[in-house]
Design a protein. Structure first.
Length: 188
């Protein structure tokens, strides 16, 4: 009986573990892990893909040919939300042999995502929510990688995002340049 239980737990871990992309993976590595993307687009002028594996949907942004931002959620149509066990396994899969350290989500927002606050305050839509919707946040020790869990204000579904400082800097620069161009064109 105990052997069957251990086997069941191991199988569950493998299913969830294979649904976790690894920050820094190439497109080919992502396809090997997930299969063919269910959707392809460009976010911030860079390739972006949606994948579905098991109970999970994953949105991946590439920068310089590698995964730089990943968002995870339980696929639509399932009657469940992301559990703490799901979050723990996804974070573990993305630990890169380092430890995740829990940080205050508002402190993390202030330090790392502060430049996006202006966009939220001006009403620009951010699908990951606003600082008020942050529920948990982590920093990967010794790496420029953060993770944060937010609740979608419309669906109330929890999402987990893992992002690199490189992606955050890149997107913040583009948003700032677009805003400056819009001001110049408007004559203000």
């Amino acid at each position: 009986m105990q052997t069957k239980l251990l086997l069941l737990i191991a199988c569950c871990f493998c299913i969830i573990n294979t649904a976790s992309a690894r920050i820094g993976e190439t497109f080919d590595e992502l396809v090997s892990r997930f299969g063919k993307p269910t959707w392809e687009t460009k976010d911030y002028e860079q390739p972006a893909y949606d994948f579905r594996k098991g109970d999970y949907s994953v949105h991946v942004n590439l920068l310089d040919g590698r995964s730089a931002n990943e968002e995870y959620w339980v696929s639509p149509g399932l009657n469940r939300s992301m559990s703490q066990a799901d979050v723990d396994l996804i974070l573990s899969a993305n630990s890169q042999n380092s430890q995740w350290k829990t940080v205050d989500s508002l402190d993390l927002f202030d330090r790392t995502l502060r430049k996006r606050q202006a966009a939220w305050e001006e009403g620009d839509y951010d699908p990951m929510g606003s600082p008020k919707s942050f529920t948990n946040a982590w920093s990967l020790e010794g790496r420029d990688i953060i993770a944060y869990q937010v609740q979608n204000p419309v669906s109330k579904q929890l999402r987990l995002a893992i992002t690199t400082k490189k992606w955050d800097t890149y997107t913040t620069t583009l948003v700032k340049a677009a805003r400056e161009n819009a001001l110049k064109e408007s004559g203000l």
